[in-house]
Design a protein around this ligand. Structure first.
Ligand SMILES: [Zn+2]
Length: 611
């Protein structure tokens, strides 16, 4: 410890100010400073709030031989308190009083040296996701050094590491308010590392991460019953991507087994909810379509092993017998389908024709190379768009691409629903037929005027040099009914950075409908997006959007809404600073506080935001 400079109370006072120093002592006297660590010349600790409630804060102070060089606190105070707050005071005082209570950590470079390159890449990726500003610094580092001439090596993610990371998300008070929301949010950040792998066509690593996230959450699921359903949303996202991975990972048997196991665990979890979730169907269909005959047998075996356990449960809660029965039917069908490969053609075809399961019939016919018979089967049985799309995918799976395209294009005599258009657009995109893809995207856009469809149309039209004409025609059509098409018009204006147009449209809609209709039609997010875009060029217009929105949040009551209002008001204050109308702001906020003086939670949130 000889390389740490000595700290005395005066230097703490000089760094944080007298008031924060006094509050810092409160933390010490209440034993609220824990997890004390020192690594070289960096001190770290966790501070539990002593006055009122609030999350624990994590603080860090770095030194050189002479004194403090930098400090950071997760409370995110602004202004002169930033990095000079009561929590930093508490940390410094803890070190001053009891340096022996700080656990020494080995140097960072040594700790990092234990990890594989792929793990470190994952860590960096997550850091950037947590702190987007870091990407700027990372870019600067990368640009300065250039890549070293090491050959690219395929890496495999360290499963145990991710498993521990996800499990660690549950090392908190899961009953605390908002805990599931936080866990879900952080799990989705980890999932993004998997999405990166997926985008680089590294589906094995992607699948490993999705599997770990889903199964680890499931392992912790029952002990932390998720009333808000946030966690099941994460599992659902993993399941959907795992099905995609199953289609892509062809050779790696181990990874495929891992994917199937995870999918089955998810299948059983969602089945146990008993509300006939579409995901249950998606998983069973995905497995049937994408697993080999041997794999299906393995899955069937797993299900049988599980079912023994289920039967025990059933005796306990008789009240749910009906639902259970339905589940059993569902599972029985799935089991039958999984083992249907073993049936002879006649039995198989009779069974699935009776059930009107054309996708299964077509699958067997194509397996035997009977294309014409399969096409006839489709022509005589398919009545719904959804079924047609499913059958077309079976044709694709057996590499009858052209037949699939013709089926989807012609089966309903040229009538194309949204799903048909979607399917054809993706088909042409994958087969590099940009003209036809653009045509489908254009038809979709004229049916459904969403920004998503707009972007898709642009994606195909731009390389063909046809975007300018298309966009002009589209805007002409949309402008014929500005109010009805306001949402897309505003999105396009924002995209073009035509802020004044976006503001005009917003006002137009606002004045033409009751405020409720207005919100449903445009959406809160879009309104705030316009305000954000207007902050620079039109600060007053931004204020005029933020203020009523903040007041509406306050009227809704509740701490979350107050915090949301405080966030907007912080922006408003900044904007008034910019317009040089600090006095207008002071009057406004004073009046607001006075008007709401009976709402202590609001006052508290405003105080926390230093408003
Ligand atoms: Zn702090």
């Amino acid at each position: 410890m000889s390389n740490m400079p000595r700290i005395i109370e005066q230097s703490v006072r000089a760094y944080v100010g007298g008031e924060n120093l006094q509050r810092g002592w409160l933390y010490i006297n209440n034993n609220a400073v824990s997890e004390r660590y020192r690594r070289d010349r960096t001190l770290k600790a966790r501070c539990k709030e002593v006055q009122g409630e609030g999350e624990d804060k994590f603080c860090l102070v770095t030194f050189d031989a002479k004194g403090i060089t930098n400090s950071y606190c997760t409370a995110g105070e602004t202004g002169s308190d930033e990095g000079h707050c009561e929590h930093i005071a508490a940390l410094l005082l803890a070190w001053m009083e009891q340096p022996e209570t700080f656990t020494e950590q080995e140097p960072l470079q040594e700790t990092l040296g234990y990890y594989e390159k792929s793990d470190l890449i994952g860590f960096l990726r997550q850091l950037v996701l947590f702190q987007p500003a870091l990407e700027v610094q990372l870019d600067a580092l990368l640009a300065a050094t250039g890549p070293s001439a090491v050959q690219k090596k395929r890496v495999t993610v360290n499963r145990e590491l991710y498993q521990r990371q996800v499990a660690h998300l549950f090392d908190r008070d899961v009953h605390a308010w908002g805990a599931y929301y936080e866990i879900a949010k952080e799990a989705l950040l980890i999932k993004e590392v998997g999405d990166d792998f997926f985008e680089q066509d590294d589906c094995a690593n992607a699948a490993a991460i999705y599997t770990i996230i889903a199964t680890t959450i499931i392992d912790n699921y029952y002990q932390s019953l998720d009333a808000t359903d946030k966690l099941s949303g994460v599992i659902r996202a993993c399941a959907e991507d795992l099905i995609k991975c199953l289609a892509e990972v062809r050779d790696d048997k181990e990874v495929r087994a891992e994917i199937l196991k995870a999918l089955l665990a998810i299948y059983e979890l969602f089945l146990s909810f008993g509300w006939g979730d579409v995901l249950v169907e998606d998983i069973s269909k995905g497995v049937l379509r994408l697993a080999t005959t041997e794999e299906k047998q393995v899955v069937a075996k797993w299900i049988r092993e599980q079912e023994v356990g289920q039967e025990d449960d059933e005796e306990d809660d008789e009240g749910y017998e009906d639902e259970e029965d339905e589940d059993y039917e569902n599972v029985d069908d799935f089991l039958f389908d999984l083992e249907a490969d073993q049936l002879d053609d006649e039995t198989y075809l009779r069974h699935y024709r009776e059930l009107k399961r054309t996708d299964m019939v077509v699958d067997r016919l194509l397996k035997r190379g009977h294309v014409d018979e399969a096409l006839k089967e489709v022509a005589s049985t398919i009545q719904y768009e959804q079924d047609l799309i499913e059958v077309a995918d079976v044709f694709i799976l057996h590499k009858y691409d052209a037949e699939a395209e013709r089926l989807v294009r012609e089966h309903f005599k040229g009538l194309k629903g949204d799903r048909t258009l979607e399917w054809l657009k993706d088909y042409y995109d994958e087969h590099n037929d940009m003209q036809s893809a653009l045509q489908m995207a254009g038809e979709l856009l004229s049916k459904q005027k969403t920004f998503e469809n707009y972007e898709e149309a642009r994606r195909f039209a731009e390389p063909l040099g046809r975007w300018d004409t298309l966009k002009r025609d589209l805007l002409e059509t949309l402008n014929k009914d500005k109010v009805r098409n306001a949402k897309l018009l505003i999105q396009v204006a924002l995209d073009d950075e035509r802020i004044d147009d976006a503001l005009d449209l917003l006002n137009l809609v606002r004045s033409s409908k009751s405020s409720n209709d207005y919100l449903y039609g445009i959406g809160l997010d879009l309104e705030l997006q316009v305000a954000e875009a207007a902050e620079g060029p039109r600060p007053r217009a931004a204020i005029e959007i933020y203020v009523p929105r903040a007041e509406a949040w306050i009227d809704l009551r509740g701490r979350d809404n107050y915090a949301a209002a405080a966030r907007l008001l912080t922006r408003v204050r900044g904007l008034y600073d910019k317009t040089g109308e600090r006095n207008v702001w002071m009057e406004y906020i004073a009046a607001l506080k006075e008007k709401n003086r009976r709402l202590p939670a609001l006052q508290d949130e405003l105080r926390k935001a230093k408003l």
